[in-house]
Design a protein around this ligand. Structure first.
Ligand SMILES: Nc1ncnc2c1ncn2[C@@H]1O[C@H](COP(=O)(O)OP(=O)(O)O)[C@@H](O)[C@H]1O
Ligand SMILES: [Mg+2]
Length: 438
């Protein structure tokens, strides 16, 4: 049932886009401009991703087999598939409305009404697939059906859906985020590139933590943590607010004292090493709440991240960060405090990258961000992993983190209670009930 996981993830993206369009419609009703490049990027994404790839795949495999297996399926699928068929035309109407609005032929209110009507349709479609079609599929499809469906959804060579197409979808999504108004996106003029890169080989153990304890006064916040991260791995530590995630990260980077245990990094016992020396060894952290230096310029904030590095490489590294996050280049001389939340998160990640990490620590990068940006931050993390970076990601947003993680640990009041691959944990009943709200 891998296909259902993929469809659910895609639904989350579409839902984020619907939410974003509604937010932007509110802003336009409040007097904001209609930004043609932004809407064009959204419509392109929907056209290529939802109408051409996602719906086509559902029709061809999942829905076809569902009709064969269940007499009840017809009633549900007739409506869903009619919506699939009408999708491209609805989108063409919307594009036409956008064009005439931009040319002054129609007022903004007519456009936002059409937009809201469209997002409402999108939501009800997604909801019906999740609440009606997918449960039925789980019930009636056979193992052989699932094998066929999953093969189709996982085919990396598929021109509509394979690895190459997915990289293009990611670029399109990235464009939306860049072109979206600053309140909900990054608000850049150029979209930039997020090169997916090649997967790093999974290697030797890079970090090994054993029996780690840390206290605030007499309160033990970490009660003996054992954990391991391998070279090139993306490992997620998920847990509720107050579980001890930040304390764990701060103990790793050496700004929080440990009262017991051992940390071995890259073959060296660093348990007693000062935090700046750990940074020199390649442990670089993007802290919770971003913590950029508001009065300093964006560029100076980035330079601060490189203070342990030789001067000669700083300019080149700055350019790499700017290529990844064009909005930071555009605003490089402005005080960091003028950036929106999403932009500050990119800056915090960029600053950590300036330290040339061997292991990048991210503390709740999605916290407090608009839905579109949550997806974008995870896109960035995925891209960094694709470039071979070893990443330790701490998140309350368990679903999003585990969806991209190789492995995960669940932390509850200072102890690790579960561990497994990202997919195992997402499928785990306990995790679903406690963290995914399912
Ligand atoms: N500076 C502090 N002083 C005292 N207790 C703290 C401090 N920081 C965190 N704690 C406590 O330690 C526990 C873990 O906190 P934290 O690591 O921030 O959790 P998380 O990042 O998972 O939300 C919580 O019970 C919290 O109240
Ligand atoms: Mg925290």
């Amino acid at each position: 049932m891998e296909a259902l996981r993929i469809i659910t993830e895609e639904h989350q993206n579409l839902w984020r886009i619907a939410t974003t369009l509604d937010m932007v419609a509110d802003e336009i009703d409040g007097g904001a401009r209609v930004e043609v490049p932004f809407f064009t990027s959204v419509f392109d994404y929907i056209d290529q991703f939802m109408d051409r790839a996602h719906h086509a795949k559902e029709d061809e495999f999942l829905f076809r087999l569902l009709r064969e297996r269940s007499p009840e399926a017809g009633a549900i699928l007739d409506r869903l598939q009619a919506e699939h068929r009408n999708g491209p035309e609805n989108l063409r109407d919307l594009r036409a409305k956008l064009a005439s609005t931009a040319a002054g032929g129609e007022n903004n209110a007519a456009f936002t009404a059409a937009l809201r009507n469209y997002t409402q349709g999108m939501r009800s479609h997604v909801r019906s697939e999740e609440k009606d079609a997918m449960p039925l599929a789980r019930e009636v499809l056979t193992a052989a059906d699932w094998a066929e469906i999953d093969r189709a959804f996982l085919d990396n060579e598929d021109p509509l859906f394979g690895a190459k197409a997915r990289a293009e979808f990611r670029e399109l999504f990235h464009r939306i985020v860049s072109l979206a108004p600053e309140s909900v996106g990054l608000g850049a003029r150029s979209a930039g590139e997020l090169q997916p890169g090649v997967l790093a080989p999974r290697g030797d153990v890079l970090l090994s933590v054993s029996g780690l304890e840390s206290c605030y006064g007499r309160i033990k916040a970490l009660k003996g943590i054992d954990l391991e991260v391998r070279q090139g791995e993306l490992v997620a530590l998920v847990g509720a607010n107050g579980a001890g995630k930040t304390t764990f990260l701060r103990t790793l980077s050496g700004v929080q004292p440990m009262s017991a245990g051992r940390i071995v990094f890259d073959g060296e016992d660093i348990s007693k090493l000062r935090s700046d020396l750990r940074m020199r060894r390649g442990i670089c952290q993007s802290p919770e709440g971003r913590q950029v230096f508001g009065p300093l310029s964006i560029e100076d904030n980035l330079r601060l991240g490189a203070y342990t590095q030789p001067k000669s490489q700083v300019e080149g590294d700055l350019e790499k960060i700017y290529a990844m996050f064009p909005i930071l280049k555009e605003k490089r001389l402005l005080p960091a405090g003028t950036l929106s939340g999403g932009q500050q998160q990119m800056l915090a990640i960029g600053r950590a990258l300036m330290g040339r990490p061997k292991m990048l620590l991210l503390d709740e990068p999605s916290m407090g961000l608009a839905p579109l940006l949550v997806e974008e931050v995870f896109n960035v993390v995925k891209t960094l992993k694709g470039q071979g970076m070893t990443i330790f990601l701490v998140e309350q947003n368990a679903f999003a983190a585990l969806a991209i993680a190789d492995r995960g640990y669940v932390l509850e009041t200072g102890s690790v209670t579960l561990t497994g691959t990202g997919q195992e944990l997402i499928a785990n009943e306990q995790v679903r009930a406690a963290y995914l709200g399912m």
